[in-house]
Design a protein around this ligand. Structure first.
Ligand code: AMP
Ligand code: GLY
Length: 433
C-alpha cells in the first residue's frame, strides 16, 4: 500500500511540531504544510504549500488534486469556519471537530451551557448582550469578575477584573464600542477564581477519549507572570503533582464528549481544557477545539505512540483499543518572540544560531513566525521560534532548552527566563487537585 499523503494546516510552532511528528511515522508519505514557515519546509519529504489556513476551498481542492489521505488542522479559525465539514462533503478525511462541535471554543456561551448540561465544574457565570443589564450585574457582584467576549477574539477577549470600574470598562469595550466586533456582542461574566492553571488535552474519536500528558502554559509576556497576555511564551510537560490524569479527564473532558455524542454532534479531534486548580477542586476555565500552542511543542516530543496511527484511530472510531506510550522524560519549550510582541513589532530581522541550537542533543527548534530569505531565515511574526528540549527531569529539560536559546539571536529578541520555574520549584501539595 502506498504511504499516506498528509496535509497539515497552519503556520505556527504547533504545526511545525505536528509535521515533525507525523513525518517520523513509518506510514507517512509526503507531508504538506499550508502555509507553513521556514522550519516546516524540509524537502523532499516535507513541503510547504502557499495556501492560507483560512482558504477552505483552496485547501480542499489541493487535497483532492494531490490525493491527500489525511488532513490535520492546527488552528481554531478554520475549524470554527467548518473546514472538517467541507472536507467530509468532498469525501476527504480531516482530523478535527466539525463546525458544530468546534463551538466548544468558538462560542464561550455554548461552552458554558454545555458544561452545565454535562455537569463539568466551572466558574459561575451569567451571559449578557445588554450593557446596562451587564453593568447592573457587576455592581451587585463587586469587581472581582472576569469579563469574556463570547466569540473568537484571538486570546484578547478576556479581562480579569479587580474593580467595578475595570469590569465596566471591559463591558463598555465589548458591548458598546464593539472592540471585538461580533465576537463581543455577547459577553460572559464569570466569578474570578484563583489557583495554578493546567492544560489538559485528549484525543477523541467521538466516544472514547484518551488524555495526553498534562502541560503548563505561560501566557504573560514577562517573567513573574507580569505584563500583557500573549498566545503563550513557553510550556512544560508533564506537570508533576496534579493527581491522576484519568480522574481529571473524567471530570473535565469525558462528560463533554458524552454530551456532544448525545446531542448528535460527536466530537472527533483534540479537546483541550484550560483548568484552574482551586481550593475547592479543579474548575474548567475554557475549552479549545485543537492542540495548544505552545503546549503541543512540549507534549508531542514525549509521545512514543505513532501520531499518524493515533489520528487514524480517531477517524475510524477505534480509539478504545489504543494505549498511549510516553517517554519517561520531561519537556520544556521556550518561545523566542519579536521585540514589542504582543503589541506592535517589526519583522525581517536575520536569525542567527539556528543550526547550533538544533545540533544540541535532545533540543528541537520548532519555527513559528519565520521565513526564508536568500540563504538565511528572517523573523516574520510575533512568536518567532520555540526551543524545545527533553530531559530526564524538568530542571534538566529546562537547562537544555535555555542552552539552545543561548545559541540563537535576532534583533529585538525577547523571551521569558522563568519558564517552568513555578512548576519545577513548587511542592506537590500546591498543585494537588
Ligand atoms: P480563557 O481564554 O477563558 O482561558 O481566559 C484566559 C485567561 O484568563 C486564563 O488562562 C486565566 O488566566 C484567566 N481566566 C479566565 N477565566 C478566569 C476565571 N474565572 N477566574 C480567574 N481567571 C480566569
Ligand atoms: N496555549 C493556549 C492556547 O493554545 O490556546
Amino acid at each position: 500500500m502506498a504511504k499516506g499523503t498528509i496535509l497539515v494546516v497552519g503556520s505556527g510552532g504547533r504545526e511545525h511540531a505536528l509535521a515533525w511528528s507525523l513525518a517520523r511515522s513509518p506510514e507517512a508519505g509526503q507531508v504538506f504544510v499550508a502555509p507553513g514557515n521556514a522550519g516546516t519546509a524540509v524537502p523532499p519529504k516535507v513541503e510547504n504549500v502557499p495556501l492560507r489556513a483560512d482558504d477552505l476551498a483552496g485547501l480542499r481542492d489541493f487535497a483532492l488534486a494531490r490525493q491527500v489521505d489525511i488532513t490535520v488542522v492546527g488552528p481554531e479559525a478554520p475549524l470554527a469556519a467548518g473546514i472538517v465539514d467541507a472536507f467530509q462533503s468532498a469525501g476527504l478525511r480531516c482530523f478535527g471537530p466539525t463546525q458544530a462541535a468546534a463551538q466548544i471554543e468558538s462560542s464561550k456561551a455554548f461552552a458554558k451551557s454545555l458544561m452545565v448540561e454535562a455537569g463539568v465544574p466551572t466558574a459561575h457565570h451569567v451571559t449578557f448582550t445588554d450593557f446596562a443589564a451587564a453593568r447592573d450585574y457587576v455592581h451587585r457582584q463587586g469587581g472581582r469578575v472576569v469579563v469574556k467576549a463570547s466569540g473568537l477574539a484571538a486570546g484578547k477577549g478576556v479581562t480579569v477584573c479587580s474593580s467595578v470600574g475595570e469590569a465596566e470598562e471591559a463591558l463598555h469595550a465589548a458591548l458598546v464600542q464593539r472592540a471585538f466586533g461580533e465576537a463581543g456582542e455577547t459577553v460572559v461574566i464569570e466569578e474570578r477564581l484563583a489557583g495554578p492553571e493546567l492544560s489538559l488535552l485528549g484525543f477523541s474519536d467521538g466516544r472514547t477519549l484518551i488524555p495526553l500528558l498534562t502541560a503548563r502554559d505561560h501566557k504573560a509576556a514577562y517573567d513573574g507572570d507580569q505584563g500583557p497576555n500573549t498566545g503563550g511564551m513557553g510550556a512544560v510537560s508533564p506537570v508533576p503533582g496534579v493527581g491522576d490524569v484519568e480522574r481529571l479527564a473524567d471530570l473535565a473532558l469525558r462528560p463533554i464528549i458524552a454530551a456532544l455524542a448525545q446531542r448528535g454532534t460527536p466530537y472527533i479531534g483534540v479537546l483541550y481544557a484550560g483548568l484552574m486548580l482551586t481550593r475547592d477542586g479543579p474548575r474548567v476555565l475554557e475549552y479549545n477545539c485543537r492542540l495548544g500552542d505552545p503546549e503541543a511543542q512540549a507534549i508531542l516530543p514525549l509521545l512514543e505512540t505513532d501520531l499518524l496511527g493515533l489520528l487514524d484511530d480517531c477517524l475510524a472510531g477505534t480509539l478504545d483499543r489504543v494505549r498511549l506510550g510516553w517517554r519517561e522524560d520531561a519537556a520544556a519549550t521556550v518561545v523566542l518572540a519579536s521585540g514589542g510582541y504582543p503589541g506592535a513589532y517589526r519583522t525581517g530581522f536575520p536569525i542567527r544560531g539556528l543550526e547550533a541550537a538544533g545540533a544540541l542533543s535532545d533540543v528541537l527548534v520548532f519555527h513559528a513566525g519565520t521565513k526564508r530569505q536568500g540563504d538565511g531565515v528572517v523573523t516574520a511574526g510575533g512568536r518567532v521560534l520555540n526551543v524545545t528540549a527533553c530531559g530526564a527531569t524538568l530542571p534538566n529539560a529546562l537547562a537544555r532548552a535555555y542552552e539552545g536559546v543561548g545559541c540563537i539571536s535576532f534583533e529585538g529578541m525577547h523571551y521569558r527566563r522563568d519558564i517552568g520555574h513555578s512548576v519545577a520549584h513548587s511542592t506537590v501539595s500546591d498543585f494537588t487537585a
